[in-house]
Design a protein around this ligand. Structure first.
Ligand code: CAA
Length: 288
C-alpha cells in the first residue's frame, strides 16, 4: 500500500542507482517519473524497465498484471520541470558531486510545490551540506538505497538537524511500502552506518592487496567462503563503481586530513584508466 499524501515520486538521475530506485517505487504502486540530463542514460533506464519486468514474469517472480501496472506507473523524461513539478517526493540520485547536487536542489526547490519532500540518495554527502539552497529545510533528508536497489532491502534514512520528524517518518513509511527495511539515523554522520562498516572492510582488503599479501581473487574468496558475504570487497567495488570508491576516498581524506583515508594506489590506478567496474566493462574483473 502506498503512503497517504505520496502519490507521485520523481527520481532525478537514471544511472546505476536511480533507474532501480524508480522501478522499485513503480512496482510498489507509485506514479514515478525518472529524469536525467543524459538522453542515453534515460534510454538505457527505459530499456532496462522494458526487459527487467518481462524477465521477472518469465521467472515466475511477478504476475503479468503487476508487471503491466509497474510499467504503466513509470515514465521517463529529460525535462526536470515536467518530472518534478507535481511530485510529492523527489529522490535525487545524480553524480556524487556536491556542487551538482546543490544546483539540482536549488532547481527542485523552485520547481516543486512547498509540500514536496526532497531526499538525496547520496552515499556520503549529508543533507546539511545541501539544505541551505532550499526554502524548505524541514522537508530535506537523506534516503540512501543500496546497489542493486531492486534487490537490496536496506535504506538508510538520515535526519539532518533541519529535518522534521514528520518528513523522516513519511520517508520511513515510503521505504516500508516499497518492501524495504529502513533504518533511521537520528543524527548525521559521515558514511552513515553501512558505508562506515564497508569502508573498514575495503580499507583492510586494499591494504592486503597493495602489500602483495594475496591476489584480489583470493581476498574475495576469503570474505565469501569464510565470512559468508554474498560477494567479496573487490567484486563489490566493481558493482558499486570504482569511481565511487575514488570519490568517497578523496572526500573523506579532504574532510579528515588522515592520509589512510586517501584512495589506495590500485583504486587511483583503476580510476585513471577508467576501469570503473561493471559500468565500464572492466574493473578488478572483466565483464566484456
Ligand atoms: N539488478 C537487479 N537485480 C539483480 C541484479 C541487478 N544488478 N543482480 C542480481 N539481481 C537479482 C537477480 O535477478 C536475482 O533475483 P531473484 O532471486 O529474485 O530471481 C537475485 O538478484 C540473485 O541474483 P543472482 O542469482 O544472479 O546472483 P547472486 O545470488 O550472486 O546475487 C547480488 C547478486 C544480489 C548482487 C548479491 O551478490 C549481493 O547481494 N551482493 C552484495 C551486494 C551489496 O553488498 N550491496 C551493497 C553495496 S554497498 C552500496 O550500495 C553502498 C553505496 O553507497 C553505493
Amino acid at each position: 500500500m502506498t503512503v497517504a499524501g505520496i502519490n507521485k515520486i520523481c527520481v532525478v538521475g537514471a544511472g546505476n542507482m536511480g533507474h532501480q530506485i524508480a522501478l522499485s517505487a513503480a512496482l510498489a504502486g507509485y506514479k514515478v517519473v525518472c529524469t536525467d540530463i543524459s538522453p542515453e542514460i534515460l534510454a538505457k533506464a527505459e530499456q532496462f524497465a522494458d526487459t527487467y519486468l518481462p524477465e521477472r514474469v518469465a521467472k515466475g517472480k511477478l504476475s503479468e498484471e503487476a508487471a503491466k501496472a509497474a510499467r504503466a506507473n513509470i515514465s521517463f523524461t529529460s525535462d526536470l520541470k515536467e518530472a518534478a513539478g507535481d511530485a510529492d517526493l523527489v529522490i535525487e540520485a545524480i553524480l556524487e558531486k556536491l556542487e551538482l547536487k546543490r544546483k539540482v536542489f536549488a532547481q527542485l526547490d523552485e520547481i516543486c510545490p512547498p509540500h514536496t519532500i526532497l531526499a538525496t540518495n547520496s552515499s556520503f554527502i549529508v543533507s546539511s551540506k545541501i539544505v541551505d539552497v532550499t526554502n524548505r529545510p524541514g522537508k530535506v533528508c537523506n534516503m540512501h538505497f543500496f546497489n542493486p536497489a531492486l534487490v537490496m532491502k536496506l535504506v538508510e534514512v538520515v535526519k539532518g538537524p533541519h529535518t522534521s520528524e514528520e518528513t523522516a517518518g513519511t520517508v520511513m513509511e515510503v521505504c516500508k511500502s516499497m518492501g524495504k527495511i529502513p533504518v533511521l539515523l537520528q543524527k548525521e554522520i559521515y558514511g552513515f552506518l553501512v558505508n562506515r562498516i564497508l569502508a573498514a572492510i575495503n580499507q583492510e582488503a586494499l591494504y592486503l592487496y597493495d602489500m602483495g599479501i594475496a591476489s584480489y581473487e583470493d581476498i574475495d574468496n576469503a570474505v565469501v567462503y569464510a565470512l559468508g558475504h554474498p560477494m567479496g570487497p573487490f567484486r563489490l567495488m566493481d558493482l558499486t563503481g570504482i569511481d565511487l570508491s575514488y570519490y568517497i576516498g578523496m572526500e573523506r581524506y579532504q574532510e579528515t586530513g588522515d592520509p589512510t583515508h586517501k584512495p589506495s594506489p590500485i583504486v587511483v590506478e583503476k580510476f585513471v584508466k577508467k576501469e570503473w567496474g561493471r559500468k565500464t566493462g572492466k574493473g578488478f574483473y572483466d565483464y566484456s
